[in-house]
Design a protein around this ligand. Structure first.
Ligand code: NDP
Length: 239
């Protein structure tokens, strides 16, 4: 069994679950983090640890990393993937939805980075992969608050990459276009939801989550002297 472990936030669904499957099947020790633990039932074995964590709870996230370090050794990779997309018309959207997205997508990623950086600095080794978005590079209708969170993730990732490079820590952002997951389901405005579905159909659907998981793995398995700074990937027909 490999020493050290891979932590994945939002491992219960979509991109996070596909990434969890890939690393579990390759025999890595994994720490799978999500609130809905019943969706992690298919993952089991000595090399799998599952902890119910809300990424907005910085203490719980740090404790989970600490417990996994006791069991597996040092954290070698964290994939900060947990996220929420609540699309809305900026003139009428409930600000509670903005807050939820900023808490999970921005503070959650900061919490994830802070939870691993001290250990990685001490070892002078480690990788952080944040899941950004094409919506962290360009804008879309009814996405104002969401793109704000994702532009922030891109900026934070670049800032931390520069700060951590001297400690031999790799920091990467992977920015997918539309992916076939449950992400859209949490949007409360049915008209916006339908418009998004129609747009997605017009570009022949989204990427499969496995494609993003393979991209995460591609970036991770480079020699430790190589940092893939950013990968943008999207369905061919997406603008
Ligand atoms: P899903 O909705 O399928 O998965 C989201 C995951 O995030 C779930 O596992 C959920 O777990 C977790 N999550 C949400 N809130 C919290 C929280 N407060 N604490 C812990 N975990 C949380 O969406 P995707 O797989 O599509 O999204 C994954 C990432 O990819 C997100 O950051 C998203 O922005 C990004 N992305 C997605 C795209 C797409 O088109 N699907 C495109 C570009 C980027 P649980 O509810 O069990 O806690």
């Amino acid at each position: 069994m490999k020493s050290g472990f891979i932590a994945i936030t939002g491992a219960s669904s979509g991109i996070g679950k596909a990434t969890a499957s890939l690393f579990v099947n390759k025999g890595f020790n994994v720490l799978l983090l999500a609130r809905r633990q019943h969706l992690l039932e298919e993952f089991s074995g000595d090399h799998v640890m599952k902890v119910e964590v809300d990424v907005t709870d910085e203490k719980a996230l740090k404790e989970a990393i600490g417990k996994a370090e006791e069991r597996f050794g040092a954290v070698d990779l964290i994939v900060n993937n947990a996220g929420r997309m609540l699309l809305g018309d900026i003139t009428s959207q409930n600000s509670a939805e903005w807050k939820e997205m900023y808490d999970v997508n921005v503070l959650g990623v900061l919490n994830g980075m802070q939870a691993v950086l001290p250990s990685m600095k001490e070892r002078q080794r480690g990788t952080i992969i944040n899941i950004g978005s094409i919506a962290g590079r360009k804008t879309f209708p009814d996405h104002a608050a969401y793109v704000g969170t994702k532009f922030a993730v891109h900026a934070m990732t670049e800032n931390v990459r520069e700060e951590a490079a001297g400690d031999n820590i790799r920091v990467t952002i992977i920015a997918p276009g539309v992916v076939e997951t449950e992400l859209l389901d949490h949007t409360s405005d049915d008209g916006i939801k339908q418009g998004y579905k129609d747009w997605k159909a017009s570009i022949n659907g989204g990427l499969e989550p496995d494609v993003v998981a393979e991209t995460v793995y591609f970036a991770y398995q480079q020699p430790s002297s190589v940092t893939i700074r950013e990968i943008d990937l999207a369905p061919t027909k997406q603008q």
